[in-house]
Ligand binder design. Structure first.
Ligand code: PMV
Length: 287
C-alpha cells in the first residue's frame, strides 16, 4: 500500500489575470489536504472516492497516466469542492503521488495531474496544480511556470467559505467576454502579484494587505465577486484584517483575509463564522 498527499491552495493575487498571461501569487494551504492510498488490484487502474463529489473519471485518467494496470486508489480529502481552494488539483496530485509511490518510481507529477485538471477545468492556467505541488508561496505565469518566493514567516491568513459554490468555468468565461473592455483592469490584477511577492518577502503585511484590498475592488468591477463575498470581506476588514478579498474564480467560494498575527487570525476566523461563513481555517487547520 502506498500513500500520496497534497494540500489545498490559496491565491493571494492574480486570479483571472493568470488565465490571460499575467502573474499570480499563491501558496499551498495545508489546513486542508487530499490523501490517496494505492493498493494492488487486478485489472485497469481506477480511483474510488471515499467522500466528496470528485470527478473520478478525470482522476482515474490521471492515475492511468502513471500506471495503466493493477492498482486501485482510494481517495479522501478535506479540501472543500467548489470553494476555490484547489480541490481538483489537490486530489489529482495526491492520486498521482500515491500511484508513483506504488510504482516505486518518480513521474512527471504535474504532467499526470494535468490530465485530471483538464477534465475538471478544460484549459486551466496551471496555477492550481503548480501551487499545490509547491513547498511554499510561488509567483506563477503561464509558460514560465512557478518561481518560489523566499521569505521567513508566512503571513497570518484566514480563509472563510461563503458556502455558495463557485463555478470556475462560468466566472472565467465571464471575464474572457469582458476582456476587451477591461484589459487594463485584468493587467493590473496580474501586475500586482510582483509587488505582492516583494511585500511577502519583506514581510510588509500592510503593503500586502493594501494590494489585496485593491485586487478585491478590481475583481468586483470585473463582475466576479458576489454579495456574500463582499459581506465577508467587509466583516474581515472591520474586524482588523490588513486586507481581504475573494480567492479563486469568485462568484462564490472563499475569501482570504490577512491578519497582523496568528492570534488575530484565529479571532478573525471566529468572527467570520459568527457572520455566516460556513467554514473557516487559519494556516494551522479548521477553526
Ligand atoms: O478554480 P479556482 O476557483 O481555484 O480558480 C482558479 C483561478 C483562475 O485564475 C480563476 C482560473 C485559472 O485557471 O487560473
Amino acid at each position: 500500500m502506498s500513500e500520496g498527499q497534497a494540500p489545498g491552495k490559496v491565491i493571494l493575487l492574480g486570479e483571472h489575470a493568470v488565465v490571460h498571461g499575467g502573474w499570480a501569487l499563491a501558496l499551498p494551504w495545508p489546513a486542508v489536504e487530499a490523501v490517496a492510498t494505492a493498493t494492488a488490484a487486478v485489472g485497469a487502474t481506477q480511483v474510488v472516492s471515499e467522500a466528496g463529489d470528485y470527478d473520478v473519471r478525470g482522476l482515474t485518467a490521471a492515475a492511468r497516466a502513471v500506471r495503466a494496470e493493477g492498482c486501485v486508489v482510494a481517495l479522501r480529502s478535506s479540501v472543500p469542492v467548489g470553494a476555490g481552494l484547489g480541490s481538483s488539483a489537490a486530489t489529482a496530485l495526491a492520486v498521482v503521488r500515491a500511484v508513483a509511490a506504488f510504482n516505486g518510481q518518480a513521474c512527471d507529477e504535474l504532467g499526470c495531474a494535468d490530465v485530471a485538471e483538464r477534465f475538471a477545468h478544460g484549459t486551466p492556467s496551471g496555477l492550481d496544480a503548480a501551487t499545490v505541488a509547491a513547498a511554499g508561496p510561488i509567483l506563477f505565469r503561464r509558460g514560465d511556470g512557478a518561481r518560489p518566493v523566499a521569505g521567513g514567516a508566512l503571513p497570518a491568513l484566514v480563509v472563510a467559505d461563503t458556502g455558495r459554490p463557485r463555478n470556475a468555468a462560468e466566472a472565467v468565461a465571464a471575464v474572457a467576454e469582458r476582456l476587451d473592455r477591461h484589459r487594463t483592469l485584468v493587467d493590473a490584477l496580474g501586475q500586482a502579484a510582483l509587488p505582492g511577492a516583494a511585500a511577502l518577502e519583506a514581510q510588509d503585511w500592510d503593503g500586502l494587505g493594501q494590494l489585496m484590498d485593491e485586487a478585491q475592488d478590481r475583481l468586483a468591477t470585473l463582475g466576479v465577486s458576489h454579495p456574500d463575498l463582499d459581506r465577508l470581506v467587509a466583516v474581515a476588514r472591520a474586524a482588523g484584517a490588513l486586507g481581504a478579498k475573494l480567492t479563486g474564480a469568485g462568484r462564490g467560494g472563499c475569501v482570504v483575509a490577512l491578519a497582523p498575527d496568528a492570534a488575530t487570525a484565529r479571532a478573525l476566523a471566529s468572527t467570520l463564522l459568527d457572520a455566516g461563513a460556513t467554514r473557516a481555517w487559519t494556516m494551522d487547520g479548521p477553526v
